[in-house]
Each structure stands twice: as C-alpha cells, then as structure tokens.
Design a protein around this ligand. Structure first.
Ligand SMILES: [Zn+2]
Length: 199
C-alpha cells in the first residue's frame, strides 16, 4: 500500500486544536482493490441505468414466518429475509412510488470522500410508499444524498424523486435525490432523470 508523507504547513488549521507544540504530516495513502457488491449487485445494476435506471427492491412473501404476519419489502435490498431467513425475491419499484424524507442530517464542512466536492450535502433516510390502495410503506429506509439549493429548508416529509448519474461509476452515489418537481436545469451536475421515474 503506497504511503506518501509530507510536512504539513504550520498554518494549516489542523494544528489549531493542539494545546502543545506538535508536528504534523500530510499522509496520502493509495488503496487499490477489487470490491464486489455480491447479492445486492442487481440493485447497483439498476441505478447504473442513467435515463433507463430502475430502483430495485426485494421482498419476502413468507408472511407466516414474520413477526407481524405480513409481507416484508426491503430497499436497499436484502438478499436474505432478516425474519424468516428465506431468500428474498426481486422487483422494480413502480414509477408512481412516492418517496419522502424520513430523517435527515446535513454535512456542511466534513464529509466522506464520495461527496466532499458537493458540500453542503444533506443525507436523508428516504421512506418509500408503493402506489397501491394501502399506500404500502417499504419496511426499510434507504439512505440517500439530497441535492438542494438551500439545505436549511429541507425537512421531514419533503417529497423526493431519484435522479441518476449519466455516466455511472458503480457506486451507491449513482442515485441522488432531488425535491419532487425540480426542473432539469437544477439537477445536480452529471445526473439525469430516468424515464421510469419522472421528477
Ligand atoms: Zn421472510
């Protein structure tokens, strides 16, 4: 694993919290490895579709084997049911599925490497409801980055739509979320709407 150290400029603000004199280095580490998405690969394949992208979920119909006797639905998908341990089945979320912010937090200064060039960024747990008569809610939430011109206005219950990276990189960030009704010109750069999920 290549490691490259260099003396850190004494004016760097990383020194500020230190109560005693310290020496700091900038350490750059390069890691190159092959990662597999394993059983959730169909989900990644789905969000890599750009203008034809699909959001896949899994479900388990073994209702008798579940704590509350009902079918369970998972997004991000689970390949094995956490209640009856059976293998789940795959399906695509219909285009009329509705998505809402359930909880949210905003990174203003610090963030993971995958979106540090997009700060501030809001990460929300997104709740999905199927377009059936019961407005069935999926049994898991999916975490997603919400693009917003003013993150301070975002709140629980805001309705979201997915947008997809036009040139996908096989990463969970190939899907982002915008407020329902966001015009195309206000999409995050490099993202497009899927024909299956109008914004
Ligand atoms: Zn099950």
């Amino acid at each position: 694993m290549p490691v490259n150290d260099s003396y850190l400029d004494p004016k760097d603000r990383a020194y500020a919290p230190a109560k005693t004199e310290v020496v700091m280095v900038r350490r750059q580490v390069s890691i190159d490895y092959k990662k597999t998405y394993g059983g959730i690969s169909p989900y990644i394949n789905g969000i890599m579709g750009g203008t034809r992208a699909r959001l896949l979920f899994t479900f388990c119909e073994n209702a008798e084997g579940h704590d509350f006797g009902k079918v369970l639905r998972f997004q991000v998908p689970r390949t094995d049911c956490p209640e009856c341990y059976g293998r789940t089945e795959w399906a695509a979320l219909p285009g009329e599925t509705r998505f809402f912010i359930d909880t949210l937090s905003t990174a203003v200064e610090l963030a993971g490497i995958s979106f540090k060039d997009r700060l501030p960024v809001t990460v929300a747990w997104v709740r999905a409801h199927l377009p059936d008569t019961e407005f069935t809610e999926l049994d898991t939430l999916v975490a997603g980055m919400v693009d917003s011109d003013d993150y301070k206005k975002r709140k629980r219950g805001d309705e979201l739509r997915p947008v997809f990276r036009d040139d996908p990189i096989a990463n969970f960030s190939d899907v982002m979320w915008v407020l329902a009704g966001t015009p195309r010109k206000a999409f995050p750069e490099g993202y497009v709407a899927s024909k299956h999920y109008p914004v």
